[in-house]
Design a protein around this ligand. Structure first.
Ligand SMILES: [Zn+2]
Length: 193
């Protein structure tokens, strides 16, 4: 199963890299290589990035899972206007070595392309930490919501014009919930009959 990128925000997509409750729990981060693959799928790590050697196998996964749990907790606290512990995120932010370079994709359109140097393998998590930080500080928490399907645990940032987004995805939960509502109405009608 492919990771989901339905949240319209990197930090929330990262939180959504595990979802569902047992026996339908899905975990996309099970080892270091899957963390790297997720970051590539999320387009925050390019295929040709030079990655440092793995010093401690499993350390990247451990940090990624801690960062994800920490992000979830910080966002929940923030939605209740409470402070939290941002030690790990602040440590990652302090290690950022992002810089921009001018690149010509076509002769008439120079572009600034973001680059990063990674001193340790865990530094690949810095873009995610930056995204969590900006969501926490600048996010509109009225628009950061969980899917309305009670059996779904996915988060999203409602960037629709009408701010009426209710589902992680119309194809998955939207249709399922509409069918359920339709059945419930039908049962009600039958009961009256
Ligand atoms: Zn859903």
């Amino acid at each position: 199963m492919q990771p989901l990128f339905i949240a319209d925000h990197l930090a929330l997509d990262f939180i959504n890299s595990a979802y569902g409750v047992k026996p339908n729990h899905v975990e996309h981060l099970n080892h270091d290589e899957q963390v790297i693959a997720w970051l590539r799928d999320a387009k925050v790590l390019s295929e040709n990035s030079h990655l440092p050697l793995v010093k401690k196998p499993g350390q990247l996964l451990k940090s990624a899972l801690y960062l994800r749990e920490n992000a979830r907790e910080l966002l929940l606290l923030r939605s209740r206007q409470l402070a939290g512990d941002a030690t790990l995120i602040n440590q990652l932010l302090a290690r950022s070595s992002a810089y921009q370079q001018i690149v010509w994709q076509a002769p008439d359109t120079p572009e600034l392309v973001q680059h990063r140097n990674f001193l340790t393998l865990e530094d690949v998590l810095i873009p995610v930490a930056e995204s969590i930080a900006s969501l926490l500080v600048e996010g509109n928490f009225a628009l950061i919501r969980k899917c309305e399907n009670p059996e779904c645990s996915l988060w999203f940032y409602d960037k629709t014009k009408s701010h009426q987004r209710r589902w992680c995805s119309m194809a998955v939960c939207g249709n399922r919930m509409k069918v359920a509502a339709f059945r419930a109405r039908k049962t009600d009608t039958n009961a009256v009959d």
